[in-house]
Design a protein around this ligand. Structure first.
Ligand SMILES: O=S(=O)(O)c1ccc(O)c(O)c1
Ligand SMILES: [Ca+2]
Ligand SMILES: [Fe+2]
Length: 337
């Protein structure tokens, strides 16, 4: 193991789970379990704990019944229990709000953890200990709906992309791809710890808000089948953007909105980024293949709508407007601005 270039940063392994507040748990169960194919690992009166077919830890998505739809927190798994301590020190040193949660105080199935409001205003948890779950990888009999395999990434709306890039760089994240202006002003970035295109990506916009959760399937036919099933059930209004092929990441994608408007991307077939000298691939904001490789338009709602985030006391956080607005950049296919 090479010596980490960010010695004070916790050793983040991957984007691990998100906790969403939803207003109707039954409707959310229909969307995330029946339609997307998540498995219910645990449920209680007010919450559902879900995981994809490939996932061996307790959950990658928690849905909590609440009065308003919001993001409770995103969570990264760190390599050792000591990295939870390092995360606490890292954010205390930044003067950020920090809450230490002993096993049993926080999310069911998760052990000792620390929750912070990061410099971008997001509620973020760092944990190591999480309960194991039964291996479902070859339980083809239990696969259903879009057959989601695993959580792949978080996409966050934030007004200052360079600040977001700097923060995640200081946490030891690599940068796989960017969208830049003619003077290299940064419009968007994709950053990773696991050896794929991203664990987190930044969409320029009023923030802090959650733009979407990216969940992975193994095959593009599962992405297409999901779109067909929504169509068959006359639930096509849940389809927001796609199916299509991304320029950035090269993934095949479909964006959906859940009953509360939370955005989820079904995503498959990006690429390996694990070599130490992996280079960032840079797109120009005027290249209308960047977001859809076939040049199909990015609709307005995709740029403008996102989920509010809560603070550590469960209050919705105020947002500030974007410094750069990609949707205002007149690009042929988008036809926006
Ligand atoms: O639309 S983009 O090609 O920029 C894109 C690439 C990867 C993603 O996960 C995403 O949400 C969006
Ligand atoms: Ca639609
Ligand atoms: Fe995404």
């Amino acid at each position: 193991m090479t010596t980490p270039s960010y010695p004070n940063a916790p050793d983040v392994i991957r984007s691990a789970y998100a906790q969403l507040a939803v207003t109707d748990l039954g409707a959310a169960r229909w969307f995330w379990v029946d339609m997307l194919g998540f498995h219910v690992q645990y449920e209680d009166a007010g919450s559902l704990y879900l995981r994809g077919t490939d996932e061996l830890t307790h959950h990658s998505l928690v849905l909590r019944k609440a009065v308003i739809a919001a993001l409770d927190h995103i969570a990264y798994r760190v390599r050792t229990p000591e990295d939870v301590d390092k995360a606490e020190k890292f954010f205390r040193r930044l003067g950020r709000p920090v809450k230490r949660l002993k096993k049993g105080d926080g999310t069911h199935g998760v052990g000792d953890a620390v929750r912070v409001i990061d410099p971008l205003g997001f509620p973020v948890e760092f944990f190591h200990e999480i309960d194991r779950a039964e291996r479902l990888i070859q339980r083809y009999d239990l696969r259903h709906g879009a057959e989601i395999a695993r959580l792949d990434h978080f996409n966050i709306c934030t007004p200052d992309i360079p600040a977001a890039y700097a923060h995640y760089k200081s946490l030891g994240f690599g940068c796989s791809e960017t969208i830049e202006g003619d003077e290299h002003e940064l419009y968007a970035a994709w950053m990773y710890r696991k050896q794929t295109v991203h664990d987190v990506a930044f969409t320029g916009g009023a923030g802090p808000r959650l733009h979407h959760l990216g969940v992975a399937t193994h095959e593009s036919h599962q992405v297409l089948r999901a779109a067909d099933i929504f169509g068959s059930l006359r639930k096509e209004h849940h389809i927001e953007r796609g199916p299509g092929r991304h320029g950035v990441s090269n993934a095949f994608y479909l964006y959906l909105r859940d009953p509360d408007g939370h955005r989820v991307e079904i995503y498959t077939s990006d690429y390996y980024t694990g070599d130490p000298d992996h280079e960032t691939y840079r797109w120009n904001v005027h290249d209308d293949r960047r977001r859809d490789f076939w040049g199909n338009a990015v609709i307005e709602s995709w740029y403008k709508e996102a989920t509010p985030v809560l603070d550590l006391d469960g209050r919705a956080q105020p947002v500030s407007d974007a410094l750069l607005d990609e949707s205002a950049v007149q690009v042929g296919a988008d036809g926006l601005g």
